[in-house]
Design a protein around this ligand. Structure first.
Ligand SMILES: C[S@@+](CC[C@H](N)C(=O)[O-])C[C@H]1O[C@@H](n2cnc3c(N)ncnc32)[C@H](O)[C@@H]1O
Length: 277
């Protein structure tokens, strides 16, 4: 079958299933099925795809029709310009989380801790940006830590990273210049409103701590204070409606310079603060 026709039909099926951006998704899936960069698809569009390529493409499109996000189908996601392996055991990293990286990079750090590292995007990105830095990356999920370790090796920062299975800071020792975290923060009441792409595929433990969604902040903000050097910073991602509540948790715990930063969409996304120096 001619590639162009195959792609047009697939787009129509995704559109009928009300999947946003069907053209973009079909290009990525077609490129993966053919094993070529997506920039080559136009050049190849009048060529016939082999029976094997058609079968592979159809199986990828069926997964998208079952609402599986393209990054999960392909098993990798780009974050801060680098490619990260992902699996069913980790959150599919979101572009909005790059707001933490942007904030963190404003002040260099030598020792950093990433709580709830998932695929390792935050710890690994910061280690790659700061060649002198050392990091501890922790998660309560050993399966997630296994993916983070693979990503650290792929980005050649494994020698500067330590991985630790811990319930937030319970098993963490040592002092850090910077602690970052993108904890689960969706309130229980908001879970039914999430799209199937999220609820069917992101691990529940990565999405919500239950109840009002603030439990992880209460624990992290309280315990991080004991692991930050004087002047050290804590930077956490928040849900767009949580800025006031989370800043209050920081202020009541005695942090200084508590501030909120917005993502590229203008939504409140990160709370940053430091311990007294
Ligand atoms: C929203 S995901 C963030 C993953 C990754 N940092 C990112 O930004 O893509 C939250 C992570 O916190 C981990 N987590 C959930 N509860 C935890 C706990 N009590 N202690 C440590 N990690 C936890 C989950 O396994 C998950 O990997």
């Amino acid at each position: 079958m001619i590639l162009r026709e195959l792609m047009i039909k697939a787009q129509a099926r995704l559109r009928a299933a009300q999947i946003e951006n069907p053209g973009r998704d079909v290009r990525k899936l077609a490129a993966a099925a053919l094993g070529v960069p997506s920039e080559r698809l136009t050049l190849m569009s009048e060529s016939a795809a082999s029976a094997e390529q058609v079968t592979h493409f159809e199986s990828l499109v069926s997964q998208r029709l079952a609402r599986k996000p393209v990054a999960r189908i392909l098993g990798h996601r780009e974050f801060w310009g680098r490619d990260f392996e992902i699996s069913a055991d980790v959150l599919d990293p979101r572009g909005d989380t790059e707001t933490i990286v942007l904030e963190a990079l404003k002040t260099p750090a030598k020792r950093l801790l990433d709580l709830g590292t998932g695929s390792g995007v935050l710890a690994i990105t910061l280690l790659a940006e700061w060649p002198e830095a050392q990091a501890v990356a922790s998660d309560i999920s050993n399966a997630a830590l296994a993916i983070a370790k693979k990503n650290a090796a792929a980005h050649e920062v494994a020698g500067r990273a330590e991985f630790c299975c811990s319930d937030w800071l319970d098993a963490i020792s040592g002092q850090f210049d910077l602690i970052v975290s993108n904890p689960p923060y969706i309130a229980e009441s908001e879970l039914p409103g999430l799209s199937a792409d999220v609820t069917l595929y992101d691990p529940k433990i990565a999405l919500s701590p239950g109840k009002d969604g603030l439990a992880a902040y209460r624990k992290i903000v309280r315990d991080a204070k004991n692991h930050l050097v004087l002047g050290g910073r804590l930077i956490v991602e928040i849900g767009a409606s949580q800025a006031i509540e989370v800043q209050k948790i920081f202020t009541q715990t005695g942090y200084l310079g508590v501030a909120c930063r917005q993502d590229l969409g203008g939504r409140d996304r990160v709370v940053t603060a430091q311990v007294a120096n």
